[in-house]
Design a protein around this ligand. Structure first.
Ligand code: AMP
Ligand code: ZN
Length: 133
């Protein structure tokens, strides 16, 4: 399978590793956007959230929390944004599941929330469409 992140995990593509355990690999994103932009990925090839199993999600989220805590407690950051895209429609470009960690400092003026177009339906209309039970 031709997957960039699988190749990073097996070492055939170089990466700047932040953390690794049996299930998880974390490394710096090459994007020239924000200092400390980090990707956290399962070692197992999982395409997106629709493909994610319970055990992998537990390991992954545990690592995301640990790395975030490390950034805040040891690296001088004040908070983190955790970003994720599943599916082309959502902007996913690498189809190996990943979380982005964006380390944040107070007053860094980074806007992690896009300029949304504004809601077109009422909350109750959306509730009717989306509710599960
Ligand atoms: P997404 O658009 O959410 O699928 O995110 C994919 C991310 O992978 C982007 O932020 C890219 O900058 C990042 N990326 C792609 N190739 C590499 C690479 N070789 N090393 C590190 N990050 C990468
Ligand atoms: Zn992969």
């Amino acid at each position: 399978m031709d997957c960039i992140f699988c190749k990073i995990i097996d070492g055939s593509i170089p990466s700047r590793k932040i953390y690794e355990d049996k299930f998880t690999y974390a490394f710096l994103d090459i994007a020239d956007d924000v200092d400390g932009h980090t990707l956290v990925v399962p070692k197992k090839h999982i395409r997106d959230i629709f493909d994610l199993d319970k055990l992998t999600s537990e390991h992954l989220l545990t690592a995301v929390k640990m790395i975030s805590q490390h950034y805040v407690e040891k690296c001088g950051y004040d908070g983190v944004n955790i970003l994720h895209a599943s599916g082309e429609a959502a902007g996913q470009t690498v189809f190996h599941f990943h979380f982005h960690i964006i380390p944040r400092k107070t007053d860094d003026n980074i806007n992690c929330w896009t300029n949304f177009p504004g809601r077109k339906k009422t909350l109750d209309e959306m509730l009717e469409v989306l509710k599960i039970n």
